[in-house]
Design a protein around this ligand. Sequence first.
Ligand code: HEM
Length: 194
Amino acid sequence: MTRRYDAGARFFHWLFVLLFAAQVPAGILMIVPAVIGDFPVLPGVEQRTIDVIYVFHKGLGAVLLVVVLARLVWRLFHRPPPFPDTMPPLEQKIAHQTHWAMYFLMVLASVTGYVHVIGLGFPIELLNALGVPPLLPKMEGIAVAASFVHRFTSFALTGLVAVHVAEVLRHHLVEKDGTLGRMWPPFGGGAPKT
Ligand code: HEM
């Protein structure tokens, strides 16, 4: 019998997926010019467009930071349902560790993004508009290190998410053990199945 994650876990899971799906392409588009060192990056794409994407990425990053910390707190106080009995113990162990690795990378990627921007003294326009002051002083050395960690953890998280999604789809389509139903629907869905 499939057991479902509670409503809070499902809400945070799919909210994060939605935000992450917008954040990663924006982050990649932003660094393309720095990597290839040329403008326009794509025909018709000017510096102004890249600037707008930066503002978007920084603002969404701040939202993600709050969502990720809330999600982590939720997870720490809510035990997930046990894996299906049909899942071999080694696979359960790997899935469990992969989930925690994703939490670790989600937190690290979000925190280092914030430290990078604020540490270099740059604004996060969304937070400024909301009247939220910078929580850290300017600290260039740490900001540069944070930038490196941010880039590495973001790519690592994206890779791990790809493996995670492939594994969920394998369970859903090949094993047909109801794995997707453990995290679906994002809202409501009645009491967790037992
Ligand atoms: C941004 C991308 C994603 C991230 C960071 C992510 C992260 C996670 C994490 C951390 C868990 C474990 C939850 C916990 O134990 O508290 C989880 C579970 C799950 N995710 Fe994702 N996920 C992502 C995308 C997806 C997508 C696209 C799907 C669907 C195709 C999916 C389906 C599931 C399912 C079914 C579970 C429950 C697995 C189980 O316990 O059997 N996830 N996800």
